[in-house]
Design a protein around this ligand. Structure first.
Ligand code: SF4
Length: 399
């Protein structure tokens, strides 16, 4: 496999983000389509292979300013194992002194002590998969933890010295009412987390939840109710000191309404910054090349044990694909698409290229334009996929 393009990372002035995928969970949640397995006996061979994968990059002197250990459930690894991963990352990459080091944890897998130990090994941001503070909702999502576990893990994380805590919540669950969702938001905000991700429950193809939906074995929350919950979320969080910076992401508001603690790592995904993904199923991006690892622990370990690079395949984005991604990813963010940058990068005029679609969506109140930015209104955010698809249809490079 051709890997010459990785040399460019060394030359890139922009530090890269480093993502490490821990492919283990205690139990699979029926709505989840992230790659993970429940056979923890493969932990050792995985961590060895991961160290091997990191060592592959050691010669490239890559600057890294965010490290995100996600999954799966990274907290199935004990603090000693996380510490080894962080130390190996520091040996193989130039992890910059002010780097953001995030660890995702599941409340059912942490203790006051493990959180203290994670903090000691240099993790400075913790993202807790709370999902809900109500046992009925947690039960219907088949989470392994209770509401009490969730609250305890937040308290323990604070006591362990984490001053940057993110909480993940899910809305749009069958049977959920506006009152029960607002109760979840209220409880989350009572802990004053620096960051909140509020994800709409989606029915990803091939998941057990999507299968039950097709078999009509439960009644999903109607789409219009879910849409109302989204609008209510943005409004309620704004009234309670949180600023939205991406469709699902909010952070404490500072002076002048600026977001104080956005996820620096996740912002890289929306801004075409370079990132490397290590571990099974992880994707990497080094414009205009995207490459990815096998979606299987066995294949991943097998490749590395055979002395091969983990990458399974790669694609080089065409100009049309780069435009499509710029539109789609830009519209996800509250800042939106910077039209001046778009024009400069693609040598096109944004408003001429997308004029018809933009004026139609503007009349419908779905997009807005201000200071060289095109961004979605809250109503527009609910229709991101169809708005982006319509705009992309308009791309004609023959002009
Ligand atoms: S714990 Fe997280 S990664 Fe694991 S199955 Fe559940 S949602 Fe997916």
């Amino acid at each position: 496999m051709e890997v010459d393009f990785i040399d460019k990372l060394t030359l890139s002035a922009e530090p890269a983000g480093l993502y490490i995928h821990i492919p283990f969970c205690i139990r699979k949640c029926p709505y989840c389509d992230f790659y993970s397995i429940t056979d923890l006996s493969l932990k050792d061979s995985f961590t060895k292979a991961l160290a091997q994968e990191m060592r592959f990059y050691a010669g490239y002197a890559v600057n890294v300013d965010t490290l995100y250990i996600g999954g799966g459930t990274p907290s199935v690894l004990n603090p000693g194992e996380i510490e080894s991963i962080v130390s190996e990352a520091r040996r193989c990459f130039n992890v910059l002194p002010d780097a953001e080091l995030t660890l995702e944890v599941n409340p059912g897998t942490v203790t006051a002590r493990s959180l203290r130990d994670y903090r000691r090994c240099g993790v400075n941001r913790i993202n807790i998969g709370v999902q809900s503070f109500q046992n009925r909702v947690l039960g219907s999502l088949q989470r392994i933890h209770t509401a009490e576990d969730a609250a305890n893990s937040i308290r323990w994380a604070r006591r362990a010295g984490f001053s940057n805590i993110g909480l993940d919540l899910i809305y749009g669950v069958s049977g959920q009412t506006e009152a029960s969702w607002l109760a979840d938001l209220e409880q989350a905000v009572s802990f004053r987390p620096e960051h909140l991700s509020c994800y709409m429950l989606t029915y990803e193809k091939g998941t057990p939840l999507e299968l039950s939906l097709r078999q009509v074995s439960f009644k999903p929350l109607p789409e219009e109710r879910v849409a109302e919950l989204f609008i209510e979320t943005v409004k309620w969080l704004a009234e309670n000191g949180y600023v939205q910076y991406e469709i699902s992401n909010f952070t404490q508001a500072g002076p002048g309404g600026t977001g104080l603690y956005p996820s620096r790592h996740n912002q890289k995904y929306w801004s075409f910054a370079p990132y490397l993904g290590l571990g099974p199923s992880a994707h990497s991006f080094l414009e205009p090349v995207r490459f990815w690892n096998p979606r299987s622990v066995n294949r991943y370990v097998g490749r590395l044990n055979a002395g091969k690079f983990a990458m399974e395949d790669k694609e080089t984005l065409t100009i049309e694909q780069q435009i499509m991604e710029t539109v789609f990813l830009g519209l996800r963010t509250v800042e939106g698409i910077r039209m001046d940058r778009f024009n400069e990068k693609f040598k096109l005029n944004f408003l001429e290229t997308f004029g018809a679609a933009v004026s139609k969506f503007k009349k419908m109140g779905l997009v807005e334009i201000s200071e060289n930015r095109l961004f979605l209104s809250h109503q527009g955010m609910l229709l991101l996929d169809s708005i982006a698809a319509k705009m992309i249809e308009a791309v004609s490079l023959d002009d």
